[in-house]
Write a new protein. Structure first.
Length: 323
């Protein structure tokens, strides 16, 4: 197994030279956390040659290999047909260039885009435990209102994770100690007093596959992302939703939201409030009132409370064909 790839740029690196442009382009393929010195690992291992690919759909649901590219999963016919919320979440992530390169496992393991975390010149409890969290008192428009603590209020960045949590997906983790399956919702941890611990991946473990359970009515699902610009932007609020209808009566629903939580956030009380109710705006508006239960807005992001409720309503209205 190859443990690393080395790329050497030979030739002039003078300003405007072709070699310099190639070198800069290759540098952009590295994770931002490495380029900004947020993370300084002693070794980076290329796992692309491991047998961790494949997309399979069948009676047991959908299985996605961890090294599958985001673009390939988003465009896969079985995903588009049976789990459109996954396809839409992926297509609303990053840029086409990044989706062509980024893996599913990498997307689920990406670090927060909090500006304080990414700036090594300021304190951050997630980066340097015990150093403090400036976001609690300074600029915090993009930060979380759910699942925060006195130590961290950074949002989780993955759109895909929101869709997978809504669908009850699990991930397979493998090490030399064996394989275990963990619900994705349980995999991510709340910051509490240890915001540097973002998940329960054990030393030596690797995400090998994503397992999405069979859910025939997931064909009626949708991902709505509210953001400051239409592309290449992280969510202010997002919602992954699915509906099971019996005529015009809601028999079941799935829902998780992003952009507002320190992890992908499920809303079971909203779901429960809709079951058995008629498919109409009043139902969604009444249920959405519970969406911000437990929210702790900060100085600059109190608007997210109302925006979250409206996003939930709009997502279900769109999915139900009411707009």
């Amino acid at each position: 197994m190859a443990t690393h790839h080395i790329v050497t740029i030979a030739g002039s690196l003078r300003k405007e030279s072709f070699s310099l442009k190639i070198a800069n382009a290759l540098a952009k393929l590295a994770p931002a956390s490495l380029k900004l010195d947020v993370m300084t690992p002693g070794r980076v291992i290329d796992i692309n040659s491991l047998p961790l690919g494949g997309i399979a759909f069948g009676p047991n649901g959908l299985s996605i290999g961890a090294v599958e590219r985001m673009a390939d999963v988003a465009e896969h016919a079985d995903v588009v047909k049976n789990y459109p919320v996954i396809s839409q979440a992926l297509l609303k992530s990053a840029s086409p260039q990044l989706r062509n390169m980024a893996s599913i496992g990498g997307n689920l393991m990406q670090r927060t885009r909090c500006g304080y975390f990414r700036d090594v010149h300021v304190s951050c409890n997630k980066r340097v435990p015990g150093s403090g969290c400036p976001a609690l008192d300074v600029e915090n428009r993009m930060h979380a209102i759910l699942g925060t603590s006195d130590h961290c209020c950074a949002t989780h960045p993955s759109d895909l994770a929101v869709a997978l949590v809504a669908l009850g997906a699990s991930i397979l983790l493998q090490s030399d100690q064996g394989t275990r399956e963990v619900k994705l919702e349980d995999f991510y941890l709340l910051p509490g007093t240890t915001p540097d611990k973002e998940h329960n991946l054990r030393p030596g473990e690797l995400i090998t596959r994503v397992q999405v359970p069979p859910l025939d009515w997931a064909r009626k699902s949708l991902y709505l992302k509210i953001r400051d610009r239409a592309s290449y932007e992280f969510a202010l609020v997002s919602a992954a939703v699915a509906l099971r209808l019996d005529g015009y009566v809601i028999r079941d629903a799935r829902l998780a939201v992003g952009g507002v939580g320190t992890k992908p956030w499920s809303l079971p009380r909203v779901r429960e409030a809709m079951i058995g109710q008629p498919l109409k705006r009043d139902t969604f508006e009444a249920a959405a009132k519970y969406a911000a239960d437990g929210a702790k807005p900060l100085k600059n992001n109190a608007f997210k409370v109302t925006l979250l409720q409206r996003t939930v309503v709009r997502a279900f209205m769109n999915l139900g064909g009411l707009v």
